[in-house]
Design a protein around this ligand. Structure first.
Ligand SMILES: Nc1ncnc2c1ncn2[C@@H]1O[C@H](COP(=O)(O)OP(=O)(O)O)[C@@H](O)[C@H]1O
Ligand SMILES: [Mg+2]
Length: 380
């Protein structure tokens, strides 16, 4: 169906950051015209699309007017006005992922309830409305508190270690979750097209920067028992089926010390944990997202070569016009691929780019990634 007008299709992306930018790189190959809406006049997609509209993603009228002129809309961020997307769906604009999926995933509380209703293993939780109810519910630390809405990159997540930390708790609707002393954080990206075909990418493992609460180091494929890997992939496929999503779905999971898999959270879009797929897999997550939303055959997700992905984060104590140190030395190492997101200004821990390091030998890829990590700095 979509192939009928494929070639001069107008695709809108809500959000013009790095995920949109890498999606545009793939959209060019399919000759799709991309329109982008983002509140930042200097968004990374600004100069790379057919039309860039500067406006708020959470404003009904802005999103509606932007979408009305298009054939299809997708997202690179969940924090968008879903009422406008529902209206556009009613009027015949294709919205993938569907508005109801975005509405559910926007709210970590609804996500957790969805996990429970569908027998998807997840950390035990309860929902709270305010800080006051922390004491009323007589919750015993340690636990994790997460804002139901608008958290990202760890900014809406707090660990409450003792009762003394109650004063620093979020005073907003939140999810209280059991603190999981996990062995590893893993992720599976899965895609589903409108015909119902589903394909999962092989599981990856992550290392977080504990200060920033961001993925710092991602390794593909994960070094896991094949049985565990298969379970993680099956779980991601089940979730995509339960949701009947069209598009990509990133499933973040914890592997516990006793071998259980708990689903942490979902993202219905390309995800930081899939960047290595550009060089490391036969099909990149961005190409796969386009295949899924255009109802094309899904691509081969297999690992082409072991890969390590490093986020290039703004250095601590550096804020201002960004400069990059060590790019040349890094690129002199074979298998090192640099991706800069075109953000003018750096600030501590801002995601400014990423580097993918591939090598036939997984350990050698990890060693080279360590070298690159020591070489590249984002400073002012
Ligand atoms: N229940 C938990 N137990 C232990 N660590 C957790 C728990 N929930 C989240 N975390 C840690 O915090 C990080 C960010 O939490 P997440 O829910 O993924 O929020 P975000 O939307 O910011 O990515 C996780 O990747 C993990 O490292
Ligand atoms: Mg997360």
């Amino acid at each position: 169906m979509i192939k009928d007008f494929y070639g001069d299709l107008r695709l809108g992306i809500l959000g013009g950051g790095q995920l949109g930018r890498m999606l545009i790189q793939e959209a060019i190959s399919l000759n799709v015209n991309v329109y982008v809406l983002d509140p930042d006049p200097d968004a990374p997609c600004k100069n790379l699309c057919e039309r860039f509209v500067c406006g708020r993603l959470d404003d009904y009228e802005t999103v509606y007017q932007f979408g009305k002129q298009l054939d299809m809309l997708t997202i690179e961020i969940e924090k968008v006005n879903v009422d406008a997307l529902e209206k556009l769906e009613e009027e015949g604009v294709l919205v993938y992922p569907q508005a109801r999926v975005i509405r559910l995933i926007q709210d970590k509380g609804l996500q957790k309830q969805f996990f429970k209703q569908n027998d998807i293993p997840t950390a035990p939780f309860q929902l709270l409305n305010s800080k006051e109810s922390l004491r009323d519910e007589q919750l015993i630390p340690p636990f994790i508190q997460k804002l139901r809405k608008d958290g990202y990159d760890g900014k809406g997540v707090r660990k409450i270690v003792t009762e003394a930390d109650f004063k620093d708790a979020f005073d907003a609707p939140s999810v209280i979750e059991e603190w999981i002393d996990f062995k590893k954080e893993i992720a599976v990206i899965v895609s589903r097209n409108d015909s119902g075909d589903i394909k999962a990418f092989p599981c990856v493992e992550m290392e977080f920067n504990p200060d920033a609460n961001l993925v710092e180091f991602l390794i593909s494929p994960a070094a896991l028992d094949p049985g565990i890997q298969a379970r993680a992939e099956e779980l991601a496929i089940k979730i995509a089926e339960d949701l009947q999503i069209v598009g990509l779905l990133a499933v973040e999971m914890f592997l516990t010390k006793d071998g259980a898999i708990l689903v942490n959270e979902l993202a219905p879009r390309p995800h930081n944990s899939g960047h290595q797929s550009i060089e490391g897999n036969y099909t990149s997550q961005f190409a796969q997202h386009l295949r899924a939303i255009f109802n094309l055959p899904l691509g081969n997700t297999e690992v082409r070569l072991p890969a390590v992905m490093i986020n290039l984060l703004g250095s601590d104590n550096h804020e201002g016009l960004a400069r990059y140190e060590g790019l040349e030395e890094s690129m002199a190492i074979e298998g090192v691929y640099v991706h800069l997101y075109g953000k003018k200004f750096t600030k501590p821990f801002r995601k400014m780019g990423h580097v993918c390091i591939i090598h036939e030998d997984r350990e050698a890829a990890i060693n080279n990634a360590r070298k690159v990590q020591g070489l590249i700095k984002v400073i002012v």
